[in-house]
Ligand binder design. Structure first.
Ligand code: BTN
Length: 234
């Protein structure tokens, strides 16, 4: 399914695909040994020295309404690949993957719009692989190396992509419903008191679960709220 492009160095694999999306086919995957300007969610930097897995996928056949769920399918695919290696990952809503409460992977989803119409979605994935020092991350983080799990980058990339393309047709047809059971089973925050930050706004409450559309269900002082975007702090 994937048309794979390997680069030794790039500013950001997401930027690479966004700029070229018009001339590249649906399903193009670009991965790089290092990124000089790797980006995370909320304009954060994603330090991308050699040793990590950095890749982006170009998707051109997605309905607007299901595009937020693509990151959730990708996060779940990362979980399946890590489970194949004997690990027990958990999902931190909406799409971080953690092992024992430490971040091992993050996803940056970016939409390409033309005249307000969705042309493509670029899904960028960073997985901590051979890094030995993750102090720069600014939150508890781990890597496969630190966990004592040995695999090579290309095997891990192929494994994640295998699970992603396997789930993609069903996600396009049914949306979050197609992954709801598996996603919920790995969902870490159930029943916890959390706050969710988006821009200037912070909403606090107790996590009730994930809605049929993949939103976070939070019981707040004002009632039950469905939250579609934000950064969750436990
Ligand atoms: C996050 O957790 O904040 C998301 C991190 C996403 C990082 C990946 S690495 C490959 C792709 N290219 C980028 O510039 N960012 C994503």
């Amino acid at each position: 399914m994937s048309y794979l492009l390997h680069l030794e160095e790039v500013d950001s694999t997401n930027t690479y695909l966004k700029i070229r999306q018009g001339s590249l086919p649906h399903g193009t995957v670009v991965y790089a040994d290092r990124q000089t300007a790797g980006r995370g969610r909320y304009s954060r930097k994603w330090i991308s020295d050699e040793g990590g897995l950095y890749f982006s996928v170009l998707l051109k056949t997605i309905q607007d309404s299901f595009s937020p769920n693509l990151t959730q399918l990708m996060a779940l695919s990362i979980c399946y690949a890590l489970e194949k290696l004997g690990l027990s990952p958990a999902l931190k809503w909406p799409n971080d993957v953690q092992i024992n409460g430490q971040k091992i992977s993050g996803i940056l989803s970016e939409a390409v719009l033309e005249k307000n119409r969705l042309q493509a979605v670029v899904l960028g994935v960073g997985i901590n692989l051979h890094q030995k020092n993750l102090e720069h991350v600014g939150q508890p983080a781990t890597s496969l190396q630190l966990l004592g799990v040995h695999t090579d980058r290309d095997t891990l990339l192929n494994s994640v992509l295998h699970f992603f393309w396997q789930g993609y047709p069903d996600l396009c047809e049914k949306g979050f419903e197609s992954i709801r059971k598996d996603y919920t089973q790995r969902f870490a925050a159930l029943d916890k008191q959390v706050s969710v930050q988006h821009g200037e706004k912070t909403i606090s409450g107790r996590v009730q679960g994930v809605s049929p559309r993949g939103a976070l269900l939070l019981q707040t002082a004002q009632g039950l709220q469905e939250i579609y975007i934000g950064d969750l702090q436990a």
